[in-house]
Design a protein around this ligand. Structure first.
Ligand code: HEM
Length: 206
């Protein structure tokens, strides 16, 4: 398969990271930094969710389909996982940068009860990226390494579910003055909520 032969291993991380940075520079617009940042947050959040689906869900997908594409995902899940983490960190760094570029928006839209659990997830995801190599795997030992990667993967998964529960149901209670663009397209919002829920189902089914 062309895909398997040409786009495998570390180049997955290099190429995807270059694309993320290109999109960031194309999307950010100094004349409306708040809205352009929000657009990048939506894009990065959604793409990271699909990348988590194919990396954290690779083995479950292969058990289900036994196809060459799912085998490709299994052998490259580390690299898709690292790309997921890099994109989530761009999401996080952009949010933090908005405390300087859009301080009023930040103060009104990023309460502590979202910032603290979100930051913990980004921290775990960052640790996953830093330890996604053979040296760290040996240094931590297989059991600790696996525990860290399960914890980080599930923390990201639960955060994605939380994001769409917030957009669809919890916003009036938790962020009464905030308007989620995605809430205007309920079909899209429900479809996006189905992505992490399907991943959870895939991971938990025997
Ligand atoms: C520090 C905490 C976080 C803050 C303040 C934050 C903030 C935001 C903002 C402002 C948006 C754009 C929403 C809009 O106005 O349209 C967004 C989108 C998104 N975020 Fe985050 N985020 C946080 C953590 C996370 C985490 C931990 C995840 C998942 C691992 C995540 C996943 C997403 C997703 C999937 C979207 C796209 C939502 C959509 O389709 O409308 N976020 N985030």
């Amino acid at each position: 398969m062309i895909l398997t032969g040409r786009f495998s291993g570390p180049p997955i991380v290099y190429v995807l990271s270059a694309i993320f940075l290109l999109i960031l520079t194309l999307v950010l617009d100094a004349s409306d930094i708040t809205e352009s940042s929000r657009l990048f947050l939506r894009l990065s959040g959604r793409v990271a969710m699909f990348l988590l689906f194919i990396s954290f869900g690779a083995s479950a997908l292969h058990r289900l389909f036994h196809a060459s594409w799912s085998h490709y995902l299994v052998i490259n899940r580390r690299y898709f996982g690292i790309a997921t983490g890099i994109l989530l960190w761009l999401h996080f760094l952009l949010i933090l940068s908005m405390s300087i570029t859009a301080p009023e928006w930040f103060e009104a839209s990023v309460p502590w009860f979202i910032l603290i659990p979100g930051s913990l997830t980004f921290l775990l995801v960052g640790l996953m990226v830093l330890t996604s190599n053979g040296y760290s795997q040996r240094a931590l030992g297989p059991a600790t390494w696996k525990r860290l990667h399960l914890l980080g993967g599930y923390a990201a998964l639960v955060s994605f579910v939380g994001e769409y529960l917030l957009v669809l149901f919890l916003q009036p209670l938790l962020l009464p003055d905030y308007e989620f663009v995605t809430a205007n397209s309920p079909v899209l919002a429900y479809s996006l909520l189905l992505v992490p829920l399907s991943l959870l189902y895939l991971r938990l089914r025997k």
